[in-house]
Design a protein around this ligand. Sequence first.
Ligand code: GDP
Length: 137
Amino acid sequence: MQQTLSIIKPDAVKKGVVGKIIDRFESNGLRIAATKKLWLSKCEASKFYAVHKDRPFFNDLVEFMTSGPVVVMVLEGENAVVKNRELMGATDPKQAEKGTIRADFADSIDANAIHGSDSIENANIEIAFFFSKREIL
Ligand code: GDP
């Protein structure tokens, strides 16, 4: 069993597709082990995306991630990191395969509906960023 972190981004929360996105996970063998809805501060979003701090899109990314509430989840299942990335689709929704979350619910590379950890190592770091051990069931 593996765990990974998923964030339903502000665009998808605003559109009211949280349930539809969670259905993609649950229908594909990923269990919701923890979840919470929160509104990230600029400080939290900058810390979470610190790896991108020198990229030209960093300020837009922080601005966007703090533009409304997000839904953060720990997903658990076999091969959860890779499976979640497959369900998400490519970063740019225009490049995302048909039937993926980003192809179906995202509008642009900025407003791309969902975040998912890209490795087991980052999943552990990102899960600990948002959840204490007792919140993960
Ligand atoms: P992800 O793992 O597929 O989310 O992609 P990355 O970790 O590479 O990038 C993090 C987030 O930054 C993405 O989900 C996008 O919202 C944003 N992003 C990445 N690359 C670009 C880019 O070239 N331009 C813009 N505007 N945003 C980007």
